[in-house]
Structures are given as structure tokens and as C-alpha cells.
Design a protein around this ligand. Structure first.
Ligand SMILES: Cc1cc2nc3c(=O)[nH]c(=O)nc-3n(C[C@H](O)[C@H](O)[C@H](O)COP(=O)(O)OP(=O)(O)OC[C@H]3O[C@@H](n4cnc5c(N)ncnc54)[C@H](O)[C@@H]3O)c2cc1C
Length: 619
């Protein structure tokens, strides 16, 4: 049975005073240490990667194995993922893991006010302070995420090694963007994936990889069969069964695949960084300073990057030469070798923040925060995310398995822009835009509710509304201001209403309503039974809205004239030796979970970086 696990422990005033005293002693010690430090070695690396998240882990591994005799420094603000009392590696505790305050950046969002779409004479609000978790730990968000594996976007797959339209849209931005078309992306997805499906058929083999380091497995269901009952309930409504959401089509109901290996989380730190660290060579005397060169990946934990160091002798060219960071109470610097690069892999919130703190960004916001503008670019604009809304039902006792890792079943459908219940045609539409993830009700997931049940989490996979983020100050430890602009466009609201209406219908179906005594809760607290007006739906959605944790797009890959910050090779416009590689470069958000697409971007980027490095070295 479920237990009530407190997810937050509050500190009292006495504890806080003790903490402050210890911090003071630590600072004093650091200052004494500095007084005695006589010299420091100039640290030089071929590549400096900022952030050991999904993208940083893949990149470090692919570069150290792809280029001979290089060394790489990875600067990571968080610590190793082995910590945290096992909460990270155990799939069933993921919902606690992303609330670990020392593994999460702890971001919250700004308040949002807008006119009601249903009754434009009224103002409606999305409350301030939606928790916006981002991993601050080896593996980044892949160490905290819900482990759902989704590689393809909206499945405009034209059978076989088909084309997913969405990646082709990335590629349609110009002839040089062809390197991002579906064929190129599929090559990367397959190279990364290690799928453990038993006896895969030919179609499955064509769209999946089996030799990568990112382990993917079919959901191992437990002993209770309420989740199978959910599949039957969806089928009753005419929703087709789908046995591979990463296959030829994305619509339908089926079991999700997860990034697990033998029942444990497989983050990109587990899969890729661990492998990168295995390569260590020593080349004595190969460096002019006489120290020799260690060919390896050096991961520095608890190293918070402050800004990019620029070559001040060639001011106009904006040449990145290193990184300034804060570690163990000291500000430190690391530099790149003449043919090296700085690669920012700090995620959708932090990559734009680092660029802006270094003078690359929108003029107005930079000048308002006393930052000298080096290159004006729309950094932080184009914040794309999948807004979500959870719909909860109670069930009879002892109907769920509490070691579930969360989302077990997916229902992917086309929603109605008029807010109607989707019809059969919508279920068969191969361009779905809504994803419902179904999980057993986990303790703590819904405040104050401690009973068995099911959660249906509707997620708008192709949102029309776009948000932005901006600096709050020039303090690198300050949170940027995150403006989500969820449901700013009316079609987003009505499509969410359509999906939630479908959730209600699913709960009413047998065997859920008959065998498992499933009864929806929450919405009926606000309204009367079935007669829910659009106004009440809007109120419900804006009160309950939460992120599905997929922010992307704030360092958009696009031509500069079209709002791009990086070009097709992910180099920052108007700078040299500087790339951004992570979910922030997505020009359009993939219509599915974003971890695999981010790893794909890093794998593709590694090929581009290797090409450029080899060319520079042959000159
Ligand atoms: C709770 C949660 C659930 C999710 N569920 C799923 C899911 O089920 N399936 C799925 O596919 N996707 C899921 N995602 C999304 C997916 O994990 C992310 O899209 C993906 O991991 C993003 O990778 P990234 O490399 O862009 O950034 P990140 O993984 O966030 O990596 C950025 C790294 O940079 C470090 N960093 C940032 N700033 C600095 C700095 N100044 N100095 C040094 N280091 C810095 C961070 O600490 C972090 O380690 C989820 C995400 C979360 C948070």
C-alpha cells in the first residue's frame, strides 16, 4: 500500500543559523588558503564542455573516442549521479528524485495574466511559481526524468525508413540544414539506442538501434492489471492499439518504452559519460610546458560556470578562449588550445543565461542588467514547452503496483481545436498532437491524496503558444525570469479541453468503471457532474497546469535573419570557437518526450565538430 512520504523537510531558524556559521568558517578557510597559494597552472583543454547533462555526456563520449589525442574538460554545477541515496537509479522513485533540492536547479516560473479565451471580458491568471525542475547532477535531466523513451516526432512516417515531418521541417530551413533531415536524425537515434525488445520484427529493426549505450526496454508490468484494463477501456472507445510508439505511426494506445537497463535507470551519465571516462592515456613530453598530456575526459563537479572568456586582443571577432567558473569557493579559469572549442551544453534555461551573462543576447535585457553587448541575438526567445494537466481517478484498494516507474501507458491522439471529445477519425489521424501518459497514482503526486488510482497526464505535444526567458540580474547565481505563456493561443486551450474530455470518457469505460471501481476526482469538486462549461474547463486547466518538463528552443537553430542564435552547425552567430549543443537549439519542439531528441542532437553535433577539428588540423 502507499505510504505518505514527506517530500520536503523544512529547516527551522536554529538550523539556518548553524548553516550560516559553517559557511562563514568555510569562506575564511578559503581566504587563508588563497593567501598561501603561490602560483597556478594555466589549464588548457582541446574542448571545454559546460554541463554534463543529456547532451554533454553524449558529446564527451563521442569526441574522446572520435578524435585522437585530445583532452576534454567537462564543467558540471552538480555532483555525481551515484549520490542521493539511490533515489536516482531506482525507477520507482523518480517522482521524489526531481524534487531533490541538491540535484535540481529549483526554477520557478513567472505569473501570467491574459484575457480569457472563453469569456474575453474576464482576465485569467496562470499562477506564479510553477516548479520547473532541471537536473543539476551528472546526467542532468536524464538523471531525474520520467524515463519515457520517445524518438520520433509527429509520425508523418512514410513507411519504412520513413521521414518524420518534424525533423524535415528543421532541415527545410535552407539547403545547408539538410544534415538535420529525418534520415540523418534516424542514423543518430539508432546509433545511440540499445533496445532490448525480444524477437523484434523487421519493421522494428529498421527504426531502432541495438548497439548503442542508451538502454531502452519495454515496460515491465507488475502483478496488478489495472493498467491493462486502461488499454481495454481506450480500445472500447475505438482507439487503435500501438505496440511501438517509435515505430511507423505514433497514434493509438499502448505500453511506453523506458530508458532502463535491467530495471535500473539508464541516464546518459550511466550510458555515455561512464564510457567516456574509461579512456585515459598519458603522452609524456607532448606539451611544451613539460607536464605531458593526459588524454582523457576530466569531469569537474560542483563547478558553476559564470561566463565565457573572450580574446580581448581581437575584440571585434568575439573569439571564445575559455571559461570562468566558480568551484570550491574560488573563481577559476580554464582555456582552450588554439584549435579547440567551448561547447555550451547547459540546457534550455542555463545555456541562454550563460550566453547573456557573456554579452550575447537581446540588447535591451543585457543593457538593463549592465552587461556589455558583444553580439545582439534573440537569445532566450522561442521558449517552447509541452504544457500538461493531470486528471486523477481513485480506484478500489490494492489495484496498483507501487514499484511502477510512473508513466506506463501512452494514449496519443489528435485533439479537437473546438474542444470536442475526439472522434474515431481523430484516433486514426497519423498526425496526433496530444499525448496522455497514464501512471498508477503515486504517493505525493497529488497533494493530500493517499489511495490507489490512476493519473492521466494530458500533454499538448504541438503547442502554438511560445514563451521566453530573460535575465533578472547580472548575478550568475540568480534565476532567470521564465515566462511560459501557456495557452496564450486559444487552440492550445481548446485542444487541452478536448483531451481532458477524452480522459473522462476513458475513466467511465469498463473494465475501469466496473472491475476497478474507478471514479474521477478533482474536477467534480469545482463543478457539477457532467455539465462542465468551457469557462470551468479553462479555470480548471489554468489552475492545474504544469510543465511536462520539456523546455526547448531558447538558442534556436535557424538562419540569423529568421531569429536564429546558432547556425546549422550549432555555432553561435557572430562568434568564433563557440557552439551550443542541447535541447535549447531545437527550432521546433519535437512532438514527444525530449530526452532522446537531445541525445540525437549531441550525436549529430559530435560528427560536425569532429569534421571541423580534422579540417583545422590538416591545414
Ligand atoms: C522531471 C523531468 C522529467 C522528464 N521526463 C522525461 C521523460 O520521461 N522522457 C524524456 O524523453 N524526457 C524527459 N524529460 C526531458 C529530458 O530529460 C530533457 O529534455 C533533456 O534531458 C535535456 O537535456 P539537455 O542536455 O538539454 O539539458 P540537461 O540535461 O538539463 O543538462 C544540462 C546540464 O548542464 C549543467 N549546467 C547548467 N548550467 C550550468 C553552469 N552554469 N555551470 C555548470 N554546469 C551547468 C546542469 O547542471 C545539467 O547537468 C524530463 C525532464 C525532467 C526535468
Amino acid at each position: 500500500m502507499s505510504q505518505n512520504v514527506p517530500s520536503v523537510i523544512e529547516k527551522n531558524q536554529e538550523d539556518l543559523k548553524k548553516d550560516a556559521k559553517i559557511r562563514e568558517l568555510w569562506m575564511k578557510n578559503i581566504c587563508d588558503h588563497d593567501k598561501h597559494a603561490k602560483f597556478k597552472i594555466k589549464e588548457t583543454y582541446d574542448f571545454i564542455i559546460v554541463g554534463a547533462g543529456t547532451a554533454g555526456c553524449v558529446l564527451a563520449r563521442e569526441l574522446i573516442h572520435g578524435i585522437p589525442n585530445i583532452n576534454i574538460l567537462v564543467l558540471e554545477a552538480g555532483g555525481p549521479n551515484a549520490h542521493s541515496n539511490g533515489l536516482i537509479s531506482l525507477p520507482c522513485t523518480w517522482f521524489q528524485a526531481f524534487r531533490l533540492y541538491d540535484c535540481d536547479w529549483g526554477y520557478v516560473t513567472q505569473e501570467q495574466k491574459m484575457k480569457s479565451h472563453v469569456n474575453p471580458t474576464k482576465e485569467v491568471t496562470v499562477k506564479k511559481g510553477i516548479h520547473y525542475p532541471r537536473g543539476k547532477v551528472w546526467g542532468g535531466c536524464s538523471s531525474l526524468n520520467g524515463m519515457v523513451y520517445m524518438q520520433v516526432s509527429q509520425t508523418y512516417l512514410f513507411v519504412m525508413r520513413g521521414q518524420a515531418k518534424q525533423y524535415n521541417d528543421w532541415a527545410a530551413q535552407g539547403p545547408e540544414y539538410k544534415i538535420w533531415d529525418w534520415d540523418h536524425c534516424l542514423e543518430a537515434f539508432k546509433a545511440l539506442e540499445n533496445n532490448s525488445r525480444k524477437d523484434p520484427d523487421e519493421k522494428f529493426k529498421q527504426l531502432h538501434g541495438f548497439n548503442g549505450l542508451h538502454h531502452v526496454q519495454d515496460f515491465q508490468n507488475g502483478v496488478y492489471d489495472i493498467m491493462s484494463g486502461l488499454i481495454d477501456a481506450a480500445k472500447n472507445l475505438g482507439i487503435p492499439y500501438n505496440d511501438d510508439f517509435n515505430g511507423e505511426r505514433q497514434n493509438g494506445v499502448g505500453r511506453l518504452q523506458t530508458t532502463n537497463e535491467k530495471g535500473k535507470r539508464c541516464s546518459l551519465a550511466d550510458g555515455y559519460l561512464r564510457d567516456a571516462l574509461k579512456k585515459v592515456e598519458f603522452h609524456p613530453g607532448s606539451e611544451p610546458n613539460g607536464f605531458g598530456k593526459v588524454v582523457a575526459v576530466d569531469v569537474r563537479s560542483y563547478a558553476h560556470v559564470l561566463e565565457i572568456i573572450w580574446d580581448e586582443e581581437n575584440k571585434k571577432e568575439n573569439i571564445a578562449i575559455g571559461i570562468r567558473y566558480f568551484c570550491n569557493g574560488n573563481v577559476r579559469e580554464a582555456f582552450i588550445a588554439p584549435k579547440g572549442e567551448v561547447i555550451i551544453c547547459s540546457g534550455t534555461i542555463n545555456s541562454p543565461q550563460i550566453l547573456m551573462l557573456s554579452g550575447v543576447g537581446p540588447k535591451e535585457n543585457l543593457e538593463a542588467n549592465n552587461i556589455k553587448v558583444r553580439k545582439e541575438l534573440p537569445v532566450g526567445r522561442n521558449l517552447l514547452d509541452h504544457p500538461g494537466c493531470i486528471f486523477v481517478a481513485k480506484s478500489a484498494p490494492n489495484t496498483i503496483h507501487h514499484w511502477s516507474s510512473g508513466a506506463e501507458i501512452g494514449i496519443i491522439h489528435k485533439a479537437s481545436v473546438e474542444g470536442k471529445i475526439p472522434c474515431k477519425e481523430d484516433f486514426f489521424d497519423e498526425n496526433p498532437d496530444l499525448q496522455i501518459n497514464a501512471s498508477p497514482l503515486q504517493p505525493g503526486l497529488v497533494d493530500g491524496l493517499d489511495c490507489d488510482g490512476i493519473i492521466l497526464w494530458s500533454t499538448l505535444n504541438i503547442p502554438s503558444s511560445v514563451g521566453y526567458l530573460e535575465l533578472n540580474s547580472n548575478n550568475p547565481f540568480d534565476q532567470p525570469r521564465i515566462h511560459l505563456n501557456y495557452f496564450e493561443k486559444s487552440d492550445d486551450l481548446y485542444r487541452m479541453i478536448s483531451s481532458l474530455k477524452l480522459c473522462r470518457e476513458i475513466f467511465k469505460q469498463p473494465p475501469l468503471s466496473t472491475v476497478y471501481n474507478v471514479k474521477e476526482i478533482e474536477i467534480n469538486d469545482n463543478t457539477n457532474g457532467d455539465d462542465i462549461s468551457d469557462e470551468d474547463w479553462e479555470k480548471f486547466i489554468l489552475e492545474k497546469v504544469l510543465t511536462t518538463f520539456h523546455p526547448s528552443g531558447t538558442v534556436k537553430m535557424a538562419p540569423e535573419s529568421k531569429g536564429g542564435v546558432v547556425n546549422h552547425r550549432l555555432q553561435v552567430y557572430g562568434t568564433k570557437n563557440l557552439r551550443v549543443v542541447d535541447a535549447s537549439i531545437f527550432p521546433y519542439i519535437p512532438s514527444g518526450n525530449t530526452n532522446a531528441p537531445t541525445a540525437m542532437v549531441a550525436w549529430r553535433a559530435s560528427r560536425l565538430i569532429i569534421e571541423d577539428y580534422t579540417r583545422k588540423n590538416s591545414l
